[in-house]
Design a protein around this ligand. Structure first.
Ligand SMILES: Nc1ncnc2c1ncn2[C@@H]1O[C@H](COP(=O)(O)OP(=O)(O)OP(=O)(O)O)[C@@H](O)[C@H]1O
Length: 808
């Protein structure tokens, strides 16, 4: 039953593809030359109209009568069309349309890029309208100069903004045209006037020199003076080419430069003086920067000029990001400084250290949301390890849990003692999302985790991490942490830019995100739910992500880009052709809650694709976030750990767990409820995780879910397990359901390769290979030929239709 359904679907897709209108080369020649002839006929009729239009007025009403003869060179039809387009239309500007029709004919015949033609039509029409209004401005009746449009538009404008307003409006139109079409700028106008002025000054100087008392003594000299003049009149480039002439005229120069004090050695002086003129003249050349226009002839630049940059968010252009009001404010958000508490704790620390003969030269406190950091500078000669060993004693004297000693604080030269506050404050998700640091961040995948000990919002880029390992005993804030990560991305990224693959073996933690399935989630083509709760499906999804990774690498390779950002930038600049399989690539974030459970049930089958993704996926925009309750070594194996430099630990139960996750102790001394340690391979940062409650997440997902969505979740490539992919289905009824589409792809591209199918149909290697085998059995592609692509035996789609129809 299900099979049938799918079959009908694929047949409808092929039907919708068929009506695509395409001319053959012969048809293009015929159609194109017809348009060129029409263009020429229109020009003749229009030209004739200016001589015969008046005489033909009476024949216009009798166009149907065969006996009536019109004066127009193209007779009645010519008279009628010209009257319609010139008199009732655009006036003289009608010639532009004749030109455009002729140009269209050339484009069609030679099959030149259509985008340029469209731009010509748009600009041509605008120019015709402007010209017709311009000519209409000078006439006060209907006439052939401005046409009806020119006259009517003029009287309309003049009724509302008067004659001066209309004239200025016309001038403004001219400025717009010059700015866009000729790239005229304020600077280029200034440069133009400057160069004109320089030329005039030069002219003036040479004229006055020849008439100022240095009149030529004889005919030869006068000829030389003429030479000087012409030499100076020339453009700078030419000027440089005639140094010999300057040498010839050198004898004349001493006269003009009063040689009295110029000794022989200084003969070069006049030449030096000439140079500034040349330098100034070089400035004039700068004006001709217009060369850049020819660069924009390049296809991608032209596409960008015509359509603007590709906007991936266009399909959901009305999408509204969730407002901040959906997040809750808490009363206990602001930190209150309890002076007594601070003083008391300081005294206890100093006392305890004194008991062990450790003197302190200064102490400073920084109050954070959950802990206060006391930075101490011990007296000279005190061993740091001695203080470090007193951790438990200080904890005892302060009667507090969660004391952590950082000795020394990296980059500061002090020793830090973190002591929990009596009353901790909640860091609300709202406060971190609203922070400038998050809102202004230019990161690819910004995540606002919470606040540091100095009460600063802590924002990191998931794309830079590039994968995150999260651990923490039960009830310490892991799920809240995951929600904080997802919420950050929902507040910053458009559905077109990021997709989530959510794996939730506990089945209840991430269910709320079901509502945003068609906006933000990615799933396997045949699965019903986007959120994966079944462990066997996880294996398929992970393998499918590996296929997606391979496909993306192939696309990046073809586009000659090193990472997803470069690729997407190139795609947005329209430098990659979607018809060659390129598309805008959203980031994919894989979130696995309860990784330990997964490893227990699936072991290697899960570990291998996770390790592959972790090793390779960073460049193509797949990032993993893996959370686990039990950070034991058989769950977080060496190979996984090695590829997850970013680690985040909530409170764990033992020092060993802390070492497994952070390679350091400390996580066992946290106080829970979102208190966490984060590292990106270097020092540990203590952060209070932002708190986002389930009702808040519900509101956000509801807000997003109620908006217009994509027709389906982002579909990952299909993965068929190895065991299903070995038999060769030669029987027609056993063919893959994508057989027909695959055949069309292969025939259209005339290239019999499995990787082409992988890319175009988003398939795994196995399935693509099987399809190629079936195509071979059906006689559509030839035999395997080693490294060469197989030969395609069917020349075009029509032949394919016939071929397949004959099979039945
Ligand atoms: N950042 C936080 N700020 C304040 N309270 C928090 C924070 N994070 C967690 N809590 C408190 O801790 C409780 C447990 O958190 P959470 O459900 O995230 O734990 P968990 O580690 O996911 O537990 P489990 O592994 O059993 O699912 C929350 O209900 C909340 O009351």
């Amino acid at each position: 039953m299900a099979k049938k359904k799918i079959k009908t679907k694929s047949s409808t897709t092929t039907q919708t593809k068929k009506p695509k209108f395409k001319l053959t080369s012969q048809q293009k020649l015929v159609f194109g030359s017809l348009l060129m002839i029409i263009g020429i006929l229109l020009s003749i009729a229009f030209l004739s109209f200016f001589f015969t239009g008046e005489a033909d007025q009476s024949t216009l009403t009798e166009i149907g009568t065969r006996d009536v003869v019109a004066e127009n060179w193209l007779n009645k039809l010519g008279a009628w069309v010209s009257d319609f387009i010139i008199m009732k239309g655009f006036g003289v500007a009608a010639f532009i349309f004749a030109g455009l029709v002729f140009l269209t004919g050339i484009y069609v015949t030679l099959d030149i890029n259509r985008a340029k033609l469209r731009s010509n039509w748009i600009w041509g029409t605008l120019t015709a309208i402007w010209l017709s209004i311009f000519f209409g401005f000078f006439t006060h009746k209907y006439d052939a100069l401005g046409g009806t449009i020119g006259f009517e538009m003029n009287s309309f404008f003049q009724d509302y903004i008067g004659v001066i307003g209309t004239a200025l409006l016309l001038f403004f139109g001219l400025i717009i045209y010059a700015a866009i079409k000729w790239n005229v700028t304020g600077q280029s106008i200034v440069a133009f006037f400057k160069s004109a002025k320089n030329e005039m000054v030069d002219d003036f100087n040479t004229n006055s020199q020849s008439s100022d008392g240095y009149a030529p003594l004889d005919n030869d000299l006068s000829a030389e003076a003429e030479d000087i003049k012409t030499a100076f009149d020339l453009k700078p480039a030419q000027q440089k080419e005639i140094p010999q002439k300057e040498k010839v005229i050198a004898p004349v120069k001493p006269r003009t430069e009063t040689p009295v004090t110029v000794p022989k050695l200084n003969i070069e002086v006049p030449q030096v003086k000439q140079e500034p003129v040349a330098v100034e003249a070089v400035e004039m050349e700068v004006e001709q920067v217009a060369e850049e226009a020819s660069e924009s002839d390049n296809l991608s630049a032209r596409l960008v000029a015509d359509f603007g940059q590709f906007d991936p968010t266009l399909e959901l252009s009305k999408y509204q990001f969730p407002p901040l009001d959906l997040l809750k404010r808490y009363d206990s958000e602001s930190i209150t400084i309890d002076q007594d508490e601070l003083e008391e704790k300081k005294n206890r620390i100093v006392e305890t250290l004194n008991n062990y003969n450790i003197g302190i030269s200064s102490i400073k406190a920084t109050i954070g949301p959950t802990v206060t950091l006391y930075e101490i500078v011990p007296n000279a000669g005190v061993r740091i390890s001695k203080i470090k060993n007193l951790e438990d004693d200080i904890a005892l004297s302060l009667a507090a849990l969660g004391i952590r000693i950082i000795a020394p604080i990296p980059g500061k030269g002090t020793i830090g003692i973190e002591v929990p506050n009596k009353n901790s404050t909640i860091v609300s998700m709202r406060s971190v999302i609203a922070s400038q640091k998050f809102q202004m961040s230019e990161m690819e995948l910004p995540i606002a985790f919470g606040k540091t000990i100095s009460n600063e919002t802590f924002v990191v880029d998931l794309a830079k991490m590039p994968h995150l390992l999260m651990a923490g005993a039960t009830g310490q804030g892991k799920s809240v942490g995951l929600n904080a990560v997802l919420t950050s991305l929902l507040y910053k990224k458009h559905p077109a830019e990021v997709k989530f693959v959510l794996v939730d073996p506990k089945k209840v933690e991430l269910t709320l995100f079901n509502k945003i399935e068609r906006h933000y989630l990615a799933k396997l083509p045949d699965s019903e739910d986007a959120i994966i709760t079944d462990n066997t499906k996880v294996i398929n999804t992970l393998n499918s992500l590996c296929i997606e990774m391979d496909n993306r690498y192939e696309m990046l390779k073809n586009a000659m880009c090193r990472n997803i950002k470069e690729y997407n930038d190139k795609f947005k600049a329209r430098k990659l052709n979607p018809e060659e399989g390129h598309q805008f690539l959203p980031y994919i974030v894989l979130v696995v809650d309860e990784f330990a459970d997964l490893i227990m049930t699936a072991g290697k089958e899960v570990e291998t694709p996770i390790a592959r993704l972790a090793q390779l996926a960073r460049a193509i925009g797949i990032h993993l976030i893996i959370a686990t309750q039990r950070p034991s070594v058989n769950v977080i194996t060496g190979i996984i750990k090695a590829n997850f430099p970013a680690r985040l630990a909530f409170r764990v139960t033992s020092k060993i767990d802390s070492r497994t996750i952070l390679d350091n102790s400390g996580a066992d001394q946290l106080i829970g409820r979102g208190d966490m340690l984060f590292t990106q391979g270097n020092e540990l940062t203590r952060i209070q995780c932002a708190f986002v409650d389930t009702p808040e997440v519900e509101l956000i997902t509801e807000y997003i879910g109620n908006q217009k969505a994509y027709p389906d979740a982002y579909l990952l490539p299909e993965y068929v397990g190895e065991e299903n992919g070995t038999s060769l289905d030669i029987d027609i009824s056993d063919r893959d359901k994508l057989f027909r589409e695959a055949a069309e792809v292969i025939v259209t591209a005339q290239q019999g390769s499995a990787s082409l199918l992988q890319r175009k149909l988003k398939l795994g290697y196995n399935r693509a290979g099987r399809l190629i085998d079936q195509l071979e059995a059906a006689g559509i592609v030839g035999q395997f030929e080693g490294s060469k692509a197989r030969q395609v035996l069917v020349p075009d789609l029509v032949a394919l239709d016939q071929h397949l129809a004959n099979e039945i």
